[in-house]
Design a protein around this ligand. Structure first.
Ligand code: FAD
Length: 436
């Protein structure tokens, strides 16, 4: 999907409009008297924060119509940063009101209205918890599934209480149509959560896949192959990923994103996973015949027709490149591909033998980069650097698309270096495996 300024401006406009809907509803039609600039600003902050927070459910990366425009990576980055901004707006709402008029403290006085006070105190704690657990999840030792549950539940609770609070105060929402609009908004965003967590798995239950094989790979990795059970397999573009659930039911907290590593021409789909935690370490015990459910495909880490490929991959970040290169081989695709593949040790280079074979069959220049090379190693060694990328940069860089996937330092260095070397940012695509 091509990035264009026009497309970006369009989505920015749509975003601003959607985020401002609660405020627009509040100030439309008849409005009560002005209580002074700072008070009204404090109230406006509440409506803006509420609108932005609701939109977070739409920009969570789970809606295929939205993700391709900016790419999954950028979308999740946006989700993170805009989430912090939304919560700051919401926190600024009571703070500013209290600074202007301390009488507003009655809103959190249990003697005045116990339920309201408890709800608003809960919202404040919930906001702080959502922010802190998202920024410091790993430092807190919170595992991903528990974090996701907490994140979704608390965020939904905040917008529910926000809706009730705005209806209760009702200063700006007096006519019935305004109240109805705010309730409809809440119901719509609430439904998005239900759609992702319940409706989609419910629809998916009729499209199971069965594991046909499990194979060990170099680098503590395992490949599973799956085939559709009495339905057509999902159509995908190489480089895309799916949300994968392994087991009897698609309703599971253990739903993880995995790149489809097989060629687009294969009847079966293959996924390769590196052991890194509780879910991925179960792959070695998966038995043929196990049921698997897929949701997707998602992602815009995909090559365009006619463009050559410059791939900078590290470790298990090789999976999208495998899909691209395997598809090139199967489709007898004459395009040029350059692969810089960074690993720690030679013995751990996942798909080492297959890559060698691919480099004989397609127009692939394969460069292995090892952090700890064996004795007499004649290839590249060390870490990815600007100098290394420059050395292998093609002579006609504008005819290439640049894909980066691997550990965070490799991605950060490569992206900056490529831009520094004059590559147009619109040609550089990144895929981060660590969402948070
Ligand atoms: C677009 C995309 C494609 C991916 N493709 C591959 C692939 O082809 N091969 C591969 O080995 N890995 C891939 N991953 C990473 C893979 O999803 C995680 O390694 C896996 O979810 C880890 O789960 P765990 O419980 O074993 O490890 P944990 O130790 O619990 O998690 C390790 C890290 O993985 C991420 N993670 C964990 N659970 C989830 C989840 N349910 N949803 C999203 N992220 C999660 C978190 O960032 C976490 O810090 C991909 C990730 C993304 C975002």
């Amino acid at each position: 999907m091509k990035y264009t300024y026009k497309r970006g401006a369009y989505w920015l406009f749509v975003y601003l409009f959607l985020a401002l809907i609660p405020l627009i509803v509040a100030i439309s039609g008849s409005t009560p008297g002005n209580r002074g600039f700072w008070t009204e600003l404090g109230v406006a902050f509440g409506f803006i924060g509420f609108g932005m927070l609701c939109l977070q459910f739409l920009f969570s990366g789970r809606f295929r119509k939205i993700a391709p425009t900016y790419g999954m990576d950028n979308l999740l980055q946006f989700h993170r940063e805009i989430g912090i901004l939304a919560f700051l707006f919401i926190l600024a709402h009571p703070l500013l009101l209290l600074i202007v008029d301390f009488e507003f403290i009655s809103f959190i006085d249990p003697k005045v209205n116990a339920l309201r006070a408890i709800s608003l105190i809960f919202v404040t704690i919930a906001i702080i918890l959502v922010l802190a657990s998202s920024i410091w999840r790993t430092a807190f030792g919170l595992d991903y599934e528990k974090w996701r549950l907490l994140h979704g539940f608390l965020s939904l609770a905040v917008i529910f209480i926000g809706t009730v609070h705005s209806l209760q105060v009702s200063y700006y929402l007096d006519p019935m149509w305004k109240k109805s609009a705010i309730v409809l908004l809440f119901l719509f965003y609430g439904y998005l959560v239900i759609h992702t967590r319940l409706t989609r798995p419910w629809l998916n239950r009729k499209k199971p896949y069965k594991v046909t094989g499990v194979a060990r790979e170099r680098g503590d990795s395992w490949t599973i192959k799956v085939k559709p059970e009495k339905h057509r397999r999902v159509q995908f573009i190489c480089g895309q990923f799916v949300w994968l659930t392994i087991g009897k039911t698609p309703f599971s907290l253990q739903q993880h994103p995995f790149t489809i590593a097989s060629s687009t021409s294969d009847k079966e789909l293959s996924f390769t996973s590196k052991e890194s935690g509780d879910f991925t370490s179960t792959w070695k015990d998966i038995k043929p015949g196990t049921m698997v459910y897929l949701e997707g495909p998602f992602g815009s880490f995909v090559p365009e027709r006619g463009k050559n490929l410059f791939l900078v991959m590290g470790g298990i970040g090789i999976t999208p490149a495998m899909a691209m290169l395997r598809s090139m081989k199967d489709n007898k695709d004459p395009r040029q591909a350059v692969l810089i593949y960074a690993n720690s040790e030679w013995e751990d280079v996942t798909f080492r033998e297959e890559l060698m074979e691919l480099s004989r069959k397609i127009n692939l220049k394969l460069i292995h980069l090892l952090e700890k090379p064996p004795e007499n190693w004649e290839g590249e060694s060390g870490l990815v650097s600007r100098e290394l990328l420059q050395k292998y940069l093609p002579e006609n860089p504008e005819h290439f698309m640049y894909f980066i996937c691997g550990p965070k330092p490799l991605m950060d260095i490569s992206e900056l270096a490529l831009r520094d070397l004059g590559i147009d940012w619109r040609l550089i695509y990144t895929e981060r495996f660590e969402i948070i």
